[in-house]
Design a protein around this ligand. Structure first.
Ligand code: HEC
Length: 113
């Protein structure tokens, strides 16, 4: 019975990202509260602490990412920062929920909030 349950589990498709429905009222992701802390949490700042662009320190990353052209609001997956996070050879993979928060924030237009 345990084995059967385990097998069934693997037949599910992986979860698919669904962007927020911006035609309805929604709670926007907060860059300062929810996104900025992720870069230090995943130790991106181990290298991107000022010397290597983009500067991903909590107080600097919004400006560095948006002004440096690392965010593509028309296509979150093609944002340079997303490409680096999804690159297994670069810095470390993020949990899906954290990556999806970043997608949400880019999708709603990368607000400075
Ligand atoms: C071990 C050091 C190191 C770590 C850790 C690291 N990076 Fe980098 N990163 C680099 C270097 C060196 C470059 C410049 C060369 C390159 O593009 O790979 C770079 C480049 C980048 C770029 C610019 C790419 C471009 O197209 O110009 C982005 C965005 C980036 N990193 C994001 C991240 C993020 C997000 C993390 C954390 C998940 C991270 N990096 C972790 C060393 C690091």
């Amino acid at each position: 019975m345990v084995g059967l349950t385990a097998c069934e589990k693997y037949s599910y498709d992986p979860p698919v990202y669904v962007p927020p429905d911006t035609t309805q009222p929604y709670d926007p992701v907060s860059y300062s509260q929810q996104i900025a802390p992720l870069f230090p949490a995943y130790n991106c700042t181990g290298c991107h602490g000022g010397a290597i662009a983009p500067d991903l320190r909590e107080s600097e990353s919004y400006e560095s990412l948006t002004e440096g052209g690392y965010i593509n609001v028309d296509s979150y997956r093609e944002s340079a920062v997303v490409i680096k996070i999804e690159d297994p050879g670069h810095g470390g993979t993020w949990k899906t929920k954290d990556l999806w928060l970043l997608f949400d924030w880019i999708y709603i237009g990368a607000p400075d909030n």
